[in-house]
Each structure stands twice: as structure tokens, then as C-alpha cells.
Design a protein around this ligand. Structure first.
Ligand SMILES: [Zn+2]
Length: 402
């Protein structure tokens, strides 16, 4: 399928005006008519490098902010009004066996939060689940990883020790952990301990790193460690985020994550806007790389992710609001996604686009936004209805567009 767009963003370094993109889709009926796509900009779909899908409840928890470290928040949030409301929909019994009970209500809507904001891949940080979990999603919830909750709290939610988890990666999948999420001595001691355990490795992804010193950050760069920044969550809980100038000076591979909406922002699009408010001197294309190519590298994804190429099986078309295609992202919301394709299948967008793909309407949910007919793969509306029934009132979740 050929798609002609106003501009195409191939990578953080390369764009083209009036480009034609090739999409590999077994469902394609014909090329997309230019009348539908000429006001669109094509991007590689985004990658959210840090989320907790079951944690995407709203509003946020954090009555005693700022915290000197988030180990305090992890315990305290269990008594927050938001967490208690979520208990009516799903009770976290501490086993993290997410295929059981009603956890699907949370993790599936959490996945849709990512889909609705243009992501086709998301790192769901928690204990590894059975294959059926990862098979159930309309986009790529990354299954090949090993993890630890944090160095300060250990793997309290499931999994082996940090060292054992890292060893079981065989260097072939990412090892992911929260680290140094605070400003106190406890947080500052995390990286030296991490380093001593031999965990500063090229397949390691450190999440947060707020208390890391410039020397710690230089050491990450020297060892090929990637760092995930969650700006909204960090500022909300701690009042501070990582030393980005040191990350840039030493050339660390930096990626961006939303964290869950219990502490972070609405979705990846609001997250990059927040990143820019905090770091206004960082160029738009550099931020774009953090949610595309840098994330592909950090999460060891195959090269169909992170860049656009001659031929693509994942594709994102966004409405154009400005002529600079990188700047355009900072003016975009989930309603600006004209078409999102994952592995050749259209999963979200303008319903007029879907007519050019073979599809069974029963596989999709259609809804109106601002007078426009929209589609999404699957039936998140059924889960929303289940949640409303369990609560006895309508629950507004800010990342849901219908
Ligand atoms: Zn987290």
C-alpha cells in the first residue's frame, strides 16, 4: 500500500516533504487516497519505555509530596483514595498473576492508553507473565525482558534477585529496574551498589536515576547502559528529575517513559510536552529519538521499530498542525492520530482510513470524537462498561478518547 503524505519523518536526522511511504499490510485493499493523507505527517510509531499497565488508574496518589525517595510512596499509595477506588475494580493480592481474576480490566485499558497515543510497543514493568498475557494485546507489550523492582526494595513483587535476573538475560534481552528514585542518601547509594553487583551492562535499562551523580551517569555511558526518564512522575513525586545535561554531555542512550497514571502523565504525548517544559533547551528531534530509535536500542527490539524505512509494517500518521514535523508532535493529542498500524493491522484512527483495509467490523469499536468517526481494534468499551458497572458510576480515565 502506498501512502502520500505532507511530510515523512524517517528518523531524528532525516525527513522528507511530499513523501510516499510503503506500508506492508495483508489487509490493504488499495493505496490510501491522497485526499485522506495529504495533511498528515508520517512517523515511526512510538515506544513507551516505562509503564505499569495495571497501575493506570486516576487520579494520582501522593498526599505527602515531595518524597525523599519513592520507597515511601510505594507503601503509602496503597492507602490513597485512588488505590482504594481501584480495589473495587481489581484487587492486587500481591501475587502479580495477572491472567487471574479481573486484572485484565486494568492491564488492557493500560495498553490502550499507549495505543491511543501512537505507541505500538510498551515496556510493562512488573514480574514476567505467561505468554497468554502478551498474546492478548493489540500492540506489542514487550515479553522478552528480565527485571527487578528496584535495588533499594528488591524484587518484592516477584522475580529473583537483581543479579540472577540479569544473568538470565544472557545479554539477549533488556534488564530493567527502577534506580535512585529520590534525593536522599538511600537513593544516592543505589548506583554504587548496582555497579558493585555487576549490573551496569549494555543490556541494562535504568529507570529514573534521579539521585545519580554526573560521575555515575558518565559510568553508564561508558558501559552502554540506557536510562529511562519519566519527567512527570519524577517531578510529581520527588520534585526533581535526572541530570539531563550530564546525560547529554556523556552521550547516554536516553529514553522516555510515562510510568503509570498513578504518578505520571496521561500518555506519551503529554509526557514529551512535559519533558520539553522541564528541558526547553533540548531540540525536538532529540526528544523524538527518545521515544523511537533510542528506545528500539534500549529494549533490544528488531529494526522494524524506531525508524521508518523503504517499507514498513508499523506506521503512524498524525494530523499536521505545524510545518516542522518534529515540532508537530508537541502540538498533538490522541485525537490527532489519523492512522496507527501495528504489524500490518490498522489499530486506531480515522474511520475513513479503515475503509481501505479488508476488515471485519466486529473486530473494531467505532466511536465519534468532535463529529469525526474513529475506530479502534478490539473492544475497550466493553471493559470501560465493566468498570462502570463495578463502581456503580461512570469512571473518567483521561487517556480514553471515547
Ligand atoms: Zn515505574
Amino acid at each position: 500500500m502506498e501512502i502520500t503524505v505532507q511530510a515523512s519523518v524517517y528518523s531524528a536526522e532525516r525527513t522528507a516533504k511530499n513523501a510516499t511511504i510503503h506500508l506492508e499490510s495483508a489487509q490493504a485493499v488499495c493505496d490510501l487516497p491522497p485526499t485522506l493523507t495529504q495533511n498528515c505527517i508520517a512517523y515511526p510509531p512510538f515506544i513507551n519505555s516505562h509503564d505499569h499497565l495495571v497501575g493506570n488508574w486516576d487520579p494520582r496518589a501522593g498526599d505527602n509530596r515531595p518524597y525523599s525517595n519513592t520507597d515511601i510512596w510505594v507503601e503509602e499509595m496503597k492507602y490513597s483514595a485512588s488505590y482504594l477506588e481501584r480495589n473495587k475494580v481489581w484487587i492486587n493480592d500481591g501475587t502479580f498473576r495477572l491472567l487471574e481474576g479481573t486484572a485484565y480490566r486494568l492491564y488492557m485499558l493500560g495498553c490502550y492508553k499507549n495505543l491511543f497515543s501512537g505507541c505500538v510497543a510498551v515496556q510493562d514493568h512488573g514480574p514476567n507473565q505467561k505468554p497468554a498475557y502478551y498474546d492478548s494485546f493489540p500492540i506489542h507489550v514487550i515479553r522478552d525482558y528480565r527485571q527487578c523492582h528496584s535495588i533499594s526494595l528488591g524484587n518484592w513483587w516477584g522475580g529473583k534477585s537483581a543479579r540472577e535476573e540479569w544473568e538470565s538475560t544472557n545479554g539477549e534481552m533488556p534488564f530493567i529496574t527502577h534506580l535512585a528514585e529520590g534525593t536522599d542518601e538511600r537513593s544516592k547509594s543505589c548506583y554504587p551498589r548496582f555497579k558493585e553487583l555487576g549490573l551496569a551492562q549494555p543490556n541494562t535499562l535504568i529507570v529514573h536515576g534521579i539521585a545519580m551523580t554526573p560521575e555515575d551517569i558518565a559510568d553508564c555511558a561508558a558501559n552502554g547502559v540506557s536510562i529511562c526518564v519519566c519527567p512527570e512522575s519524577n517531578i510529581f513525586l520527588i520534585g526533581k528529575t535526572i541530570d539531563m545535561d550530564a546525560c547529554r554531555k556523556y552521550g547516554v542512550n536516553v529514553v522516555i517513559g510515562t510510568d503509570s497514571t498513578m504518578s505520571g502523565s496521561t500518555n506519551i504525548l503529554t509526557e514529551i510536552r512535559r519533558f520539553r517544559e522541564i528541558f526547553p533547551h533540548i531540540p525536538a528531534n532529540e526528544i523524538f529519538a527518545m521515544i523511537t530509535a533510542n528506545a528500539q536500542r534500549a529494549l533490544l527490539l528488531d529494526d522494524s521499530y524506531g525508524t521508518l524505512q523503504e517499507s514498513n509494517k508499523h506506521l503512524l500518521l498524525m494530523a499536521a498542525h505545524t510545518s516542522d514535523p518534529y515540532e508537530n508532535l508537541f502540538h498533538s493529542t490522541m485525537h490527532d492520530v489519523e492512522l496507527l498500524v501495528y504489524d500490518g493491522t490498522p489499530v486506531y484512527g480515522n474511520a475513513a482510513m479503515l475503509n481501505h483495509f479488508h476488515h471485519d467490523p466486529a473486530d473494531y469499536f467505532f466511536f465519534a470524537h468532535d463529529g469525526h468517526k474513529r475506530f479502534v481494534k478490539g473492544h475497550p468499551e466493553k471493559i470501560s462498561a465493566e468498570i462502570d458497572a463495578a463502581l456503580g458510576y461512570h469512571k473518567h480515565l483521561p487517556y480514553i478518547p471515547y
